[in-house]
Design a binder for this molecule. Structure first.
Ligand code: ADP
Ligand code: MG
Length: 256
Protein backbone atom coordinates (compact mmCIF):
# COMPACT_ATOMS: atom_id res chain seq x y z
CA UNK A 1 0.00 0.00 0.00
CA UNK A 2 1.07 3.63 -0.46
CA UNK A 3 1.81 5.91 2.48
CA UNK A 4 3.09 4.87 5.89
CA UNK A 5 2.77 1.33 7.21
CA UNK A 6 4.01 0.29 10.66
CA UNK A 7 3.89 -3.45 11.25
CA UNK A 8 4.01 -4.76 14.79
CA UNK A 9 6.79 -2.42 15.97
CA UNK A 10 8.30 -2.91 19.40
CA UNK A 11 10.83 -0.76 21.23
CA UNK A 12 12.36 -1.25 24.66
CA UNK A 13 14.33 1.21 26.75
CA UNK A 14 16.18 -0.18 29.77
CA UNK A 15 13.85 -3.15 30.11
CA UNK A 16 10.71 -1.04 29.75
CA UNK A 17 8.58 -1.93 26.72
CA UNK A 18 7.66 1.51 25.39
CA UNK A 19 6.06 0.18 22.17
CA UNK A 20 4.25 -3.12 22.55
CA UNK A 21 3.69 -4.21 18.97
CA UNK A 22 2.26 -1.15 17.25
CA UNK A 23 0.61 -1.49 13.83
CA UNK A 24 -0.72 1.55 11.99
CA UNK A 25 -1.33 2.51 8.36
CA UNK A 26 -1.68 6.03 6.95
CA UNK A 27 -2.64 6.03 3.27
CA UNK A 28 -1.31 8.52 0.74
CA UNK A 29 -3.52 11.59 0.95
CA UNK A 30 -4.71 10.71 4.43
CA UNK A 31 -4.22 12.82 7.59
CA UNK A 32 -4.09 10.80 10.80
CA UNK A 33 -3.88 12.44 14.21
CA UNK A 34 -2.08 10.44 16.90
CA UNK A 35 -3.32 11.26 20.41
CA UNK A 36 -2.70 9.78 23.83
CA UNK A 37 -1.44 10.63 27.30
CA UNK A 38 2.04 11.99 27.84
CA UNK A 39 4.61 9.20 27.94
CA UNK A 40 2.50 6.64 26.03
CA UNK A 41 5.06 6.33 23.23
CA UNK A 42 3.89 8.75 20.52
CA UNK A 43 7.26 10.42 19.95
CA UNK A 44 9.05 7.07 20.09
CA UNK A 45 6.80 5.81 17.29
CA UNK A 46 7.42 8.96 15.25
CA UNK A 47 11.18 8.56 15.63
CA UNK A 48 11.00 5.00 14.31
CA UNK A 49 9.08 6.12 11.23
CA UNK A 50 11.44 9.05 10.67
CA UNK A 51 14.48 6.81 10.99
CA UNK A 52 16.02 8.65 13.94
CA UNK A 53 15.61 5.40 15.88
CA UNK A 54 14.98 1.75 14.96
CA UNK A 55 12.45 -0.78 16.26
CA UNK A 56 13.63 -3.84 18.17
CA UNK A 57 11.23 -5.85 16.04
CA UNK A 58 8.65 -5.10 13.36
CA UNK A 59 8.84 -3.19 10.09
CA UNK A 60 8.30 0.32 8.69
CA UNK A 61 7.23 0.72 5.05
CA UNK A 62 6.96 3.95 3.06
CA UNK A 63 5.06 3.61 -0.21
CA UNK A 64 5.53 -0.13 -0.05
CA UNK A 65 9.29 -0.01 0.46
CA UNK A 66 10.79 -1.50 3.61
CA UNK A 67 12.75 1.39 5.17
CA UNK A 68 13.18 -0.12 8.65
CA UNK A 69 16.96 0.11 8.58
CA UNK A 70 17.42 3.10 6.24
CA UNK A 71 18.76 6.43 7.46
CA UNK A 72 16.29 9.35 7.65
CA UNK A 73 17.40 11.05 4.42
CA UNK A 74 16.82 7.86 2.42
CA UNK A 75 13.21 7.42 3.56
CA UNK A 76 11.22 10.01 1.62
CA UNK A 77 9.77 11.46 4.82
CA UNK A 78 9.88 15.00 6.20
CA UNK A 79 9.60 15.82 9.87
CA UNK A 80 8.39 18.90 11.70
CA UNK A 81 8.77 18.78 15.44
CA UNK A 82 7.93 21.11 18.29
CA UNK A 83 11.38 22.69 18.53
CA UNK A 84 12.13 24.17 15.18
CA UNK A 85 15.86 23.36 14.88
CA UNK A 86 16.70 26.01 12.30
CA UNK A 87 20.33 26.85 11.54
CA UNK A 88 20.91 30.19 13.28
CA UNK A 89 23.70 31.31 10.92
CA UNK A 90 21.67 30.71 7.74
CA UNK A 91 18.99 32.97 6.27
CA UNK A 92 15.37 31.87 5.92
CA UNK A 93 15.95 31.04 2.24
CA UNK A 94 19.05 29.02 3.06
CA UNK A 95 17.31 27.17 5.88
CA UNK A 96 14.48 26.17 3.54
CA UNK A 97 17.00 25.11 0.89
CA UNK A 98 19.06 22.84 3.16
CA UNK A 99 17.35 19.53 2.21
CA UNK A 100 17.65 20.36 -1.51
CA UNK A 101 21.22 21.61 -1.31
CA UNK A 102 22.30 18.45 0.51
CA UNK A 103 20.91 16.06 -2.05
CA UNK A 104 23.51 13.88 -3.74
CA UNK A 105 26.26 15.07 -1.41
CA UNK A 106 28.66 13.06 0.69
CA UNK A 107 29.00 13.77 4.39
CA UNK A 108 32.36 15.44 3.73
CA UNK A 109 30.77 17.81 1.23
CA UNK A 110 27.92 18.69 3.56
CA UNK A 111 29.95 20.16 6.35
CA UNK A 112 31.54 23.12 4.55
CA UNK A 113 28.22 23.71 2.80
CA UNK A 114 26.73 24.98 6.01
CA UNK A 115 29.27 27.78 6.06
CA UNK A 116 29.28 28.64 2.36
CA UNK A 117 25.89 28.11 0.85
CA UNK A 118 24.20 27.62 -2.54
CA UNK A 119 26.09 24.76 -4.14
CA UNK A 120 26.39 23.36 -7.63
CA UNK A 121 25.88 24.68 -11.13
CA UNK A 122 23.99 27.84 -11.91
CA UNK A 123 21.05 25.81 -13.25
CA UNK A 124 20.86 23.78 -10.07
CA UNK A 125 21.03 26.89 -7.92
CA UNK A 126 18.23 28.45 -9.94
CA UNK A 127 16.10 25.32 -9.48
CA UNK A 128 16.65 25.36 -5.74
CA UNK A 129 15.82 29.07 -5.51
CA UNK A 130 12.56 28.49 -7.38
CA UNK A 131 11.55 25.64 -5.06
CA UNK A 132 12.41 27.75 -2.03
CA UNK A 133 10.47 30.73 -3.41
CA UNK A 134 7.29 28.76 -3.99
CA UNK A 135 7.44 27.07 -0.57
CA UNK A 136 8.04 30.45 1.08
CA UNK A 137 5.11 31.93 -0.80
CA UNK A 138 2.82 29.10 0.30
CA UNK A 139 3.65 29.93 3.92
CA UNK A 140 3.63 33.70 3.73
CA UNK A 141 7.40 33.99 4.12
CA UNK A 142 8.07 35.75 0.83
CA UNK A 143 9.25 38.99 2.42
CA UNK A 144 11.41 37.32 5.08
CA UNK A 145 13.79 35.28 2.93
CA UNK A 146 16.92 37.23 3.88
CA UNK A 147 16.31 37.28 7.62
CA UNK A 148 17.95 35.00 10.14
CA UNK A 149 15.98 32.89 12.64
CA UNK A 150 16.76 35.25 15.53
CA UNK A 151 14.88 37.99 13.66
CA UNK A 152 11.68 35.93 13.41
CA UNK A 153 8.73 35.31 15.73
CA UNK A 154 8.02 31.80 16.98
CA UNK A 155 5.21 31.40 14.46
CA UNK A 156 7.42 32.54 11.59
CA UNK A 157 10.15 30.12 12.62
CA UNK A 158 7.74 27.23 12.67
CA UNK A 159 6.59 28.23 9.19
CA UNK A 160 10.21 28.10 8.00
CA UNK A 161 10.37 24.55 9.40
CA UNK A 162 7.19 23.70 7.48
CA UNK A 163 8.58 25.22 4.28
CA UNK A 164 11.76 23.19 4.72
CA UNK A 165 9.59 20.07 4.95
CA UNK A 166 7.54 20.76 1.83
CA UNK A 167 10.45 21.49 -0.53
CA UNK A 168 11.32 17.81 -0.30
CA UNK A 169 7.93 16.74 -1.69
CA UNK A 170 8.01 13.77 0.65
CA UNK A 171 5.73 10.74 0.52
CA UNK A 172 5.06 11.26 4.23
CA UNK A 173 4.91 14.17 6.67
CA UNK A 174 5.63 13.43 10.32
CA UNK A 175 4.63 16.19 12.69
CA UNK A 176 5.11 15.89 16.45
CA UNK A 177 3.15 18.61 18.26
CA UNK A 178 4.36 21.23 15.78
CA UNK A 179 2.07 23.97 17.08
CA UNK A 180 2.42 23.51 20.82
CA UNK A 181 4.83 26.45 21.22
CA UNK A 182 2.52 28.88 19.44
CA UNK A 183 -0.14 31.07 21.01
CA UNK A 184 -3.80 30.11 20.58
CA UNK A 185 -4.73 32.45 17.73
CA UNK A 186 -1.70 31.53 15.68
CA UNK A 187 -2.35 27.85 16.30
CA UNK A 188 -5.77 27.99 14.73
CA UNK A 189 -4.41 29.82 11.69
CA UNK A 190 -1.44 27.49 11.25
CA UNK A 191 -3.67 24.42 11.55
CA UNK A 192 -5.38 25.42 8.34
CA UNK A 193 -2.06 25.98 6.60
CA UNK A 194 -0.86 22.53 7.60
CA UNK A 195 -3.98 20.81 6.29
CA UNK A 196 -3.61 22.81 3.08
CA UNK A 197 0.05 21.76 2.71
CA UNK A 198 -0.93 18.15 3.32
CA UNK A 199 -3.70 18.27 0.70
CA UNK A 200 -1.57 19.91 -1.94
CA UNK A 201 1.24 17.41 -1.39
CA UNK A 202 -1.06 14.38 -1.44
CA UNK A 203 1.24 12.94 1.22
CA UNK A 204 0.49 10.57 4.08
CA UNK A 205 0.53 12.75 7.21
CA UNK A 206 0.89 11.49 10.78
CA UNK A 207 0.34 14.30 13.25
CA UNK A 208 0.86 14.01 17.00
CA UNK A 209 -1.15 16.39 19.11
CA UNK A 210 -2.41 16.69 22.67
CA UNK A 211 -4.99 19.22 21.51
CA UNK A 212 -8.26 17.44 20.85
CA UNK A 213 -9.58 20.36 18.82
CA UNK A 214 -6.68 19.83 16.40
CA UNK A 215 -7.42 16.13 16.10
CA UNK A 216 -11.12 16.81 15.53
CA UNK A 217 -10.74 19.54 12.93
CA UNK A 218 -7.66 18.42 11.01
CA UNK A 219 -7.70 14.65 10.82
CA UNK A 220 -9.38 12.15 8.52
CA UNK A 221 -8.83 9.55 11.23
CA UNK A 222 -7.68 9.66 14.84
CA UNK A 223 -5.44 7.00 16.39
CA UNK A 224 -5.66 6.75 20.18
CA UNK A 225 -2.57 5.41 21.88
CA UNK A 226 -2.04 4.34 25.45
CA UNK A 227 0.85 2.62 27.23
CA UNK A 228 2.63 1.61 24.03
CA UNK A 229 -0.42 0.33 22.18
CA UNK A 230 -2.88 1.73 19.67
CA UNK A 231 -6.36 1.23 21.09
CA UNK A 232 -8.57 2.51 18.29
CA UNK A 233 -8.20 4.17 14.89
CA UNK A 234 -11.36 5.74 13.51
CA UNK A 235 -12.90 8.92 12.13
CA UNK A 236 -12.95 11.85 14.59
CA UNK A 237 -16.71 11.47 14.73
CA UNK A 238 -16.53 7.81 15.67
CA UNK A 239 -13.76 8.36 18.21
CA UNK A 240 -15.46 11.24 19.97
CA UNK A 241 -19.10 10.22 19.62
CA UNK A 242 -18.73 6.49 19.90
CA UNK A 243 -15.46 5.28 21.45
CA UNK A 244 -15.30 1.48 21.36
CA UNK A 245 -12.97 1.08 24.35
CA UNK A 246 -13.42 2.33 27.88
CA UNK A 247 -9.80 3.55 27.93
CA UNK A 248 -10.48 5.62 24.79
CA UNK A 249 -13.63 7.07 26.33
CA UNK A 250 -11.76 7.89 29.53
CA UNK A 251 -8.89 9.59 27.69
CA UNK A 252 -11.13 11.56 25.34
CA UNK A 253 -13.46 12.55 28.16
CA UNK A 254 -10.81 13.68 30.61
CA UNK A 255 -10.12 17.42 30.94
CA UNK A 256 -6.63 18.51 30.05
P1 ADP B 1 5.07 10.65 24.32
O1 ADP B 1 5.65 11.28 23.11
O2 ADP B 1 3.81 9.89 24.06
O3 ADP B 1 4.87 11.62 25.45
P2 ADP B 1 7.58 9.20 24.41
O4 ADP B 1 7.55 8.35 23.20
O5 ADP B 1 8.41 10.42 24.36
O6 ADP B 1 6.09 9.54 24.88
O7 ADP B 1 8.10 8.34 25.63
C1 ADP B 1 7.51 7.08 26.00
C2 ADP B 1 8.30 6.45 27.14
O8 ADP B 1 9.57 6.04 26.65
C3 ADP B 1 8.57 7.40 28.28
O9 ADP B 1 8.46 6.67 29.48
C4 ADP B 1 9.99 7.84 28.05
O10 ADP B 1 10.61 8.16 29.25
C5 ADP B 1 10.60 6.60 27.42
N1 ADP B 1 11.72 6.92 26.50
C6 ADP B 1 11.60 7.52 25.30
N2 ADP B 1 12.80 7.65 24.70
C7 ADP B 1 13.70 7.12 25.55
C8 ADP B 1 15.12 6.93 25.51
N3 ADP B 1 15.85 7.34 24.45
N4 ADP B 1 15.71 6.33 26.56
C9 ADP B 1 14.97 5.90 27.63
N5 ADP B 1 13.64 6.04 27.71
C10 ADP B 1 13.00 6.64 26.70
MG1 MG C 1 6.12 13.30 22.67
Amino acid sequence: MTGIVVENATRNFAGQQVLKGVSLAVAAGEFVALVGPSGCGKSTLMRLIAGIDRPDSGRILINGRDVTTLRPAARDVAMVFQSYALYPHLTVAENIAVPLAMRRMSAAQRLPLLGRFWPGSQARRRGIREEVGSAALALGLGSLLDRRPAQLSGGQRQRVALARAIVRHPAAFLMDEPLSNLDAALRVHTRREIVEIHRRAGAATLYVTHDQAEALTMADRVAVMQAGQILQVASPRAIYADPDDLRVATFIGSPR
